[in-house]
Write a protein that binds this ligand. Structure first.
Ligand code: SF4
Ligand code: SF4
Length: 113
């Protein structure tokens, strides 16, 4: 399969959803943070690639994520954005998801008191 846009290792797909292999391996839900995802600066890396070769799972072959980014009223196809724009969007989503995750953990702790 060929993809119109290259994968720039921005990590957006993994930040958005944990893939089925990650869900099984790390025993997390689709929308939980993936413990296999790590970043070197803005570049994402899948720790599972040390165990399962990335090409078997299609990692790095191209970007086909179906997502839209809206800025100043204009809608963009995420997959076709330049690498720097993808990195900015991912940084924002990571902050938001981390905040939501921490809030959910706090709420769980409160409920257990
Ligand atoms: S460029 Fe696309 S496929 Fe590559 S990590 Fe980012 S969202 Fe995922
Ligand atoms: S970091 Fe690896 S295991 Fe986690 S969602 Fe991405 S590809 Fe799947």
């Amino acid at each position: 399969m060929t993809y119109p846009n290259p994968c720039t290792q921005c990590g957006f797909c993994c930040v958005s959803d944990t893939c089925p292999v990650g869900q099984d391996f790390y025993r997390v839900g689709k929308y939980d943070p993936c413990h296999g995802l790590t970043f070197d600066g803005p570049v994402a890396f899948c720790r599972l690639s040390l165990i399962i070769p990335p090409q078997i799972r299609g990692i790095g072959l191209g970007c086909c994520i179906l997502a839209r980014v809206i800025k100043n009223g204009v809608t963009y196809d995420f997959a076709s954005l330049p690498p720097a724009f993808k990195q900015i969007a991912v940084a924002q989503v990571r902050r938001q998801k981390l905040r939501e995750y921490n809030e959910a953990q706090d709420a769980k702790r409160e409920a257990q008191k």
